[in-house]
Design a protein around this ligand. Structure first.
Ligand SMILES: Nc1ncnc2c1ncn2[C@@H]1O[C@H](COP(=O)(O)OP(=O)(O)OP(=O)(O)O)[C@@H](O)[C@H]1O
Length: 268
């Protein structure tokens, strides 16, 4: 039993999510089958917002874990802690999610070491259980439990990739930056700018995305477009907002910065 209040992980207000394709229906089918789901796509394209929206739509709690390379299996599963009465077991977020029947979202899972990632294996196949080896307990996942991971294929390298035995436990949905019309709609909604301004921001992003692989690792994300729009909404000039939110975060290279600034200047 867990004394954790499941309600604290429920999303009470509908998150704004603009569907791009049939991802909502596909996710619902995967959830109905309790299939683990992998969301693949570049940074800032809506993966996290999508999971929040789906958790709200399905009325299930959501527990999110930002993965990093220092994360150990204990950070996910739990550990014994010392307190005044001696040692006390504390469940990690994955264990809490399995007990209360939450959707457990492991963000950027490829950042975690492979020996950490394998702890999810027994939860992602027919066993649906989680051995707490140090505690000597086998947790059987609540029927509502589901595991979702996000993954940016552009960052993958030989050193950092998921094992096939991990990948092949998931159904996968491809995400990418939406079409110009949909992305404009998102920037208007999230950034509170008019349509004409949002369209220009999106066009600048398209220019940068064309430079991916030609001096840029990634183009400007939808998230950065929303940031730029929010600055404009606070009274910053579009040019300064685009420089601060779109160009400067993207590159440290002075030539590339000048190229992107020039692109901004053709629009604003
Ligand atoms: N389809 C969409 N509907 C609504 N908002 C969106 C959508 N796509 C992107 N956004 C906006 O872009 C922002 C960034 O999206 P999100 O945080 O979901 O990115 P992400 O793909 O999870 O990024 P990362 O991989 O870096 O965590 C959101 O806060 C939201 O404002």
């Amino acid at each position: 039993m867990s004394d954790i209040d499941r309600n604290q992980f429920l999303i009470n207000q509908q998150p704004y999510y603009r569907p791009v394709s049939n991802e909502v229906a596909l996710y619902e089918a995967a959830y109905a089958a309790r299939m683990p789901v992998m969301l693949k796509g570049p940074t800032g394209c809506g993966k996290t917002r999508f999971v929040e929206y789906m958790a709200w739509k399905l009325g299930k709690p959501l527990i999110t874990v930002a993965c990093n390379e220092d994360m150990t299996a204990s950070d996910l599963v739990g550990r014994f802690l010392l307190d005044i009465n001696g040692t006390k077991w504390q469940d990690g977020p994955l264990t809490v999610a399995a007990r209360i029947g939450a959707i457990c979202y492991l963000d950027e899972v490829v950042e975690a070491r492979q020996d950490t990632t394998v702890v999810i294996h027994p939860l992602t196949d027919h066993r649906r259980n989680l051995p707490l080896e140090k505690k000597g307990e086998l947790v059987t996942a609540h029927p509502d439990f589901q595991i979702v991971i996000s993954y940016n294929p552009n960052y993958q390298s030989l050193m950092k990739d998921l094992k096939q035995s991990t990948k092949q436990r998931f159904g996968a949905l491809d995400f990418d930056y939406p079409t110009a019309a949909i992305e404009t709609e998102i920037v208007v909604h999230e950034g509170g700018v008019d349509k004409a301004t949002a369209e220009k921001l999106v066009q600048i992003a398209h220019r940068s995305r064309n430079l991916k692989g030609h001096g840029l690792d990634e183009g400007m994300s939808t998230r950065l477009l929303v940031y730029a729009a929010q600055l404009i909404g606070k009274g910053v000039t579009p040019q300064a907002a685009a420089q601060m939110a779109l160009v400067r975060p993207l590159t440290d290279d002075p030539d590339m910065r000048d190229t992107l600034d020039a692109a901004v200047n053709t629009y604003f």
